[in-house]
Design a protein around this ligand. Structure first.
Ligand SMILES: [Zn+2]
Length: 309
């Protein structure tokens, strides 16, 4: 028996209490997806099963077995996964390429993700502001950013509901147990669109350049269970430390040493408790807002704990 035939027979068996399916017909649907549309076998099977679930008006759970593939947008963290999402079309953008039918931003409570639909997929257009259940979309990754691609096997169901779209912001709190190197008074590459932090006056891309001063803190918050890496930009660093860029430059000038700035910042902040929120970028939370927390501030204990990890 061919592989597809085996899958078909299993599907027929799976639905035997609900639908009177024909093995050959199921096989030909699988064959069409696999050989015509180049869908991986497992995905073709899921897609066919989904369509029969709809036909029989069943939920997957009622068949026993099989996991839900519904994924929150912010949880997408792998390339080429076939998933289902329920999301609102937050924005539609002008496609820059003839092959693209629609491109824009989907949002759900967890956050936002770009989506693309191609002309060849021949799908109905999505409307801005409408909420859809999109089954069988494929995840895509480009330079660490994830998007979803609609494709010929995608089923689109408009839902009569609204979705409160989240902003990808996360909130973490804990004792500031470390300020990492690259914090304090730093210099950035002045080249257009670069902004890389210079190491000994050199940009890794543009070589030796006359850098521009900036302030930042790359810190580590420890909540007793996990550590979170956070980055304070100039504005939030000034607010956190009370040290403005101009003062920091003067300090460094007087000492003929830029590291005094980070030292001063350490003295003011290490061991204190903060709650910060902002978007998560890779392993860092970029601090948009923060507040200092009262309560048990046991700097010594937090530092000892941090060193013992
Ligand atoms: Zn540069």
């Amino acid at each position: 028996m061919s592989e597809l035939r085996t899958h078909a027979a299993e599907i027929v068996e799976q639905f035997s209490d609900h639908l009177d399916l024909d093995v050959e017909e199921v096989e030909s649907r699988l064959d069409n997806l696999v050989n015509e549309y180049r869908v991986p076998v497992e995905e073709a099977r899921r897609s066919v099963v989904n369509s029969y679930l709809d036909e029989a008006d069943l939920e997957r759970e009622e068949l026993g077995g099989g996991e839900s593939r519904a994924v929150a947008l912010a949880d997408i963290d792998e390339d080429e996964q076939w998933i289902d999402v329920t999301a609102k079309v937050v924005e539609l953008w002008e496609p820059r390429n003839e092959a693209i039918a629609q491109v824009g931003l989907l949002g759900d409570e967890s956050g936002r993700t770009k989506f693309v639909a191609f002309e060849t997929s021949d799908l109905p257009d999505l409307d801005e502001g409408a909420v859809y259940e999109l089954k069988n979309v494929v995840t895509d990754e480009y330079e660490g950013n994830f998007s979803v691609k609609l494709n010929r096997t995608t089923t689109i169901t408009e839902l009569d509901e609204d979705v409160e779209v989240g902003d990808d912001s996360v909130e973490v709190e804990g004792a500031l147990v470390d300020i990492q190197s690259g914090s304090g008074l730093i210099k950035r590459c002045p080249e257009e669109g670069c902004t890389r932090v210079l190491q000994n006056g050199r940009c890794s891309e543009h070589g030796e350049v006359d850098g521009e001063f900036d302030l930042r803190i790359k810190g580590v918050l420890d909540d007793g269970q996990d550590v979170h890496e956070v980055i304070f930009d100039r504005e939030s660093t000034e607010e956190l430390t009370g040290l403005a860029l101009e003062e920091a430059k003067d300090m460094a000038m007087d000492a003929l040493d830029t590291t005094v700035v980070a030292e001063e910042m350490r003295a003011d902040t290490l061991g204190r408790y903060y709650r910060v929120s902002g978007p998560q970028l890779g392993r860092y939370v970029l601090v948009d807002e923060f507040e200092r927390q009262d309560g048990p501030v046991d700097a010594e204990a937090a530092l000892i704990k941090a060193r013992s990890i």
